[in-house]
Design a protein around this ligand. Structure first.
Ligand SMILES: C[S@@+](CC[C@H](N)C(=O)[O-])C[C@H]1O[C@@H](n2cnc3c(N)ncnc32)[C@H](O)[C@@H]1O
Length: 213
């Protein structure tokens, strides 16, 4: 059933999942879930149809990611979220982590329009949609302090493809089901890994930092 929870239900369900939301976080997530569920009936944005299912399977990644990114020093200036689709992980991430200038990169017009509408309502700080393929990003957007993505490209391919979009010490965040990367990430150092659990399944973040020479 394609029901979307209101703010109170979003807060209660999140608390049951182990996350105590502020009233503003609950309000923003509920608005996003409501838009996602309504637009998802007419176009293919995300797999799960109900708001609670989306919260449990997709949004949780973003709050765990926010905790990791909050710890980074220095904080990245510009962030590219490649192949953002309906705004995952970026839109819920920005509810929790507001640092830097965040660019949601998505060439499919219906998806970028959805994100623009969502941002117009949510008013998240310094968060923008770029409705282009990453290969068409202008030079000014190719100095990211951090690249994030979800379900976009296999990680090795991603690391190779995004190198030219990074500032000299830029980082790349990978979301994985494996604890650690094995070899095969030349041009980067592994800065940290982090384990977390969603819906009973263990998942991992890998954070790479670009290294020259
Ligand atoms: C599998 S979806 C993942 C969407 C979202 N990150 C999520 O987790 O729900 C991959 C997205 O990448 C976008 N995409 C494909 N090629 C791209 C490119 N060259 N540059 C940027 N985005 C691209 C697609 O349009 C699609 O929305």
């Amino acid at each position: 059933m394609s029901h979307a929870p209101d703010a109170a239900e979003t807060a209660a369900r999140s608390a049951a999942l182990g996350r105590n939301l502020s009233a503003e976080e609950a309000r923003l997530l509920a608005v996003y879930l409501d838009m996602l569920v309504r637009w998802n009936r007419r176009m293919n944005l995300v797999g799960p149809a109900s708001g609670l299912e989306i919260l449990e399977t997709l949004i949780q990644d973003s709050w765990f990611l926010a905790d990791l990114l909050t710890e980074l020093a220095p904080q990245p200036g510009e962030i590219l979220d490649l192949g953002a689709g309906a705004g995952l992980p970026g839109i819920p991430l920005r509810v929790f982590w507001k640092s830097g200038r965040y660019f949601l990169v998505e060439p499919r017009r219906k998806r970028s329009i959805f994100m623009e509408q969502a941002l117009a309502v949510l008013r998240l700080p310094d968060t923008f949609v770029l409705p282009v393929r990453m290969e068409d990003l202008p030079p000014a957007r190719r100095k990211a302090g951090l690249v994030v993505s979800r379900a976009f490209r296999p990680w090795r391919e991603l690391l190779a493809d995004v190198r030219e979009y990074l500032a000299p010490d830029g980082r790349v965040l990978i979301m994985s089901n494996a604890p650690r990367p094995d070899a095969g990430f030349s041009g980067y150092a592994l800065e940290k890994t982090r384990e977390y659990a969603v819906a009973g399944k263990v998942r991992f973040f890998w954070l790479f930092v670009r290294r020259d020479g």
